[in-house]
Design a protein around this ligand. Structure first.
Ligand code: BT5
Length: 338
């Protein structure tokens, strides 16, 4: 697994940090001598000490055990390549990780890295965003230390016409990760909001660079409110919002959540490449909050009311209107009527 770094010198240092943490975790008692670390890593005792100090600065509690070595007492809930990749089972999405403290927008950074040739499956994560983007030029509130803001670079061999099929990948994966790591029951609102108890806890923003016949790359932008508190939400929200912690009534660790999300994205994407859109569509429909419901859809060409029948080959919402006619809706905001 390669661990990408925005700093030119960061890669090998991070690889050593990752190995140190792996060695600690492979021990039942968790105590490792400096000499053993130095031997296993092929670096000097002084270098080991420097790495241990750097890990402590990041928030790891590592204690000296007299005449025996070091012991890893606790791990901070920070999103670093070393932590995320430890115990992460993926084959494409998440094989390269870029984690930074603050980004203007992870989508903007991922788009730039993709233009510069970053590999498919590269994941860009920021602890905070200064200008997080929502859809249609709206803003995404992105305070530090509490949530997940990430963007995934994909290079699927598909026509631009089929790119909207992949918009459902993120919503399905976010819903699965919420089930697995927070024990809540999420629902997806078309096209891509994820709700818990009717409150929006996650939003997605997908962007694409394409030629007429071919997708060059897609950026899947995902924002999940994990431990955000009530007073951190903007006042005039488009949709009532919440966080996993508020809904679960307890703090939710970001690391296991993010690993679960990457694994889910990876397995659905690999299945999509091998077997096409239908399994993804079925997974989306199974978690849909709108299927069979009466909805109001407001879009550029006005408002429509009808009962949701499903989604089609390119992700359009199908609703049966009051005259019994099926309408295809490509974009818009959905409100559930009853
Ligand atoms: C979305 O837009 O739901 C897409 C959000 C995508 C954010 C991710 S974070 C990582 C990646 N990098 C980026 O720069 N963006 C992506 P939309 O449906 O337009 O919703 C935006 C509206 O939701 C705003 O106008 C607010 O009313 C409300 N809002 C803002 N911040 C929110 C938050 N943290 N949680 C819930 N609602 C929020």
């Amino acid at each position: 697994m390669s661990v990408a770094s925005p700093r030119p010198d960061g890669g090998s240092n991070r690889e050593i940090d990752r190995k140190i943490l792996e060695i600690f975790r492979s021990r039942d008692e968790g105590v490792v001598s400096g000499e053993e670390l130095s031997r296993s890593l092929g670096v000097s005792r002084t270098a080991v000490w420097k790495h241990i100090k750097a890990l402590k600065d990041l928030g790891y509690r590592i204690e000296a055990v007299p005449s025996r070595g070091y012991s890893l007492v606790s791990t901070p809930d920070i999103l670093t390549p070393a932590e995320l990749s430890s115990g992460l089972h993926v084959t494409r999405i998440g094989t390269s990780l870029v984690c930074i403290g603050e980004a203007e927008s992870t989508n903007v950074l991922a788009y730039r890295l993709a233009e510069e040739g970053a590999a498919e499956g590269t994941v860009v994560i920021a602890d905070a965003q200064t200008r997080g983007k929502g859809r249609l030029g709206r803003q995404w509130e992105s305070p530090p230390g509490v949530n997940l803001y990430c963007s995934i670079i994909l290079r699927p061999p598909i026509m631009p016409l089929h790119a909207p099929q992949l918009t459902f990948l993120s919503a399905v994966a976010v819903a699965e990760a919420i089930e697995r790591s927070a024990g809540l029951t999420p629902a997806i609102k078309w096209p891509n909001d994820v709700l818990v108890n009717g409150f929006k806890v996650a939003g997605m923003l997908n962007e694409m660079s394409a030629e007429t016949e071919r997708v060059e790359f897609l950026i899947l932008g995902i924002g999940v409110n994990i431990n955000m508190q009530r007073d951190q939400f903007p006042r005039d929200l488009r949709h009532p919002a919440s966080s996993l912690a508020i809904e679960a009534g307890r703090e939710v660790e970001r690391l296991p959540f993010t690993r679960a999300l990457l694994e889910s994205l990876d397995s659905h994407y690999v299945r999509y490449l091998a077997g096409g859109y239908d399994p993804l569509r079925q997974a989306w429909l199974a978690r849909s909050a709108v299927m069979g419901r009466r909805v109001r859809v407001s879009g550029q060409d006005g408002e429509r009311i009808g009962t949701v029948e499903g989604i089609d080959e390119i992700g359009a919402l199908l609703i049966k209107d009051t005259d019994g006619l099926t309408q295809r809706i490509l974009a818009g905001d959905v409100t559930i009527e009853e």
